[in-house]
Write a protein that binds this ligand. Structure first.
Ligand code: HEC
Length: 108
């Protein structure tokens, strides 16, 4: 019982090291899960493919990743006259904007 617990603990620790080592590299399996989680709310308005409609702009591969991140940062600072995106962007970090860009921006 105890040895099972200890083994689980070591595996968890090793997993943590792997996450640290993979930080900064693009789109690992871990990132895929995070991207799914942080962009899940976008599809309610922008659509599953990000194509927009009904007054909501298309965000599917319309921008480079850098442009996308800059747009999100600008919304977070209340720029570009947003109605809702300022409030949404405030919930995310720069790192998360970069992850979102992997899904929504033009592929690099
Ligand atoms: C409640 C509906 C709603 C949700 C949810 C939403 N958006 Fe938006 N989005 C908008 C609207 C409306 C605009 C136009 C700007 C504004 O009025 O705030 C917009 C604009 C944008 C733009 C700028 C597009 C352009 O070409 O100027 C980007 C990029 C964007 N959204 C990304 C996202 C991302 C990423 C998410 C998920 C984290 C998200 N949006 C979630 C409604 C939404």
């Amino acid at each position: 019982m105890l040895s099972t617990l200890l083994r689980g603990c070591c595996i968890a620790a090793a997993g943590g090291v792997m996450v640290l080592l993979s930080a900064g590299a693009p789109a690992h399996a871990n990132d895929e899960v995070r991207i799914g989680l942080i962009t899940g709310g976008c599809v309610g308005c922008h659509g599953g493919e990000g194509g927009g409609g009904h007054g909501i702009p298309n965000i599917a591969k319309t921008m480079t990743r850098a442009e996308f991140v800059a747009t999100m940062k600008a919304f977070r600072e209340n720029k570009n006259n947003p109605t809702v995106m300022n409030r949404i962007a405030r919930g995310y970090t720069d790192e998360e904007f970069a992850l979102m860009a992997i899904r929504w921006a033009k592929p690099e």
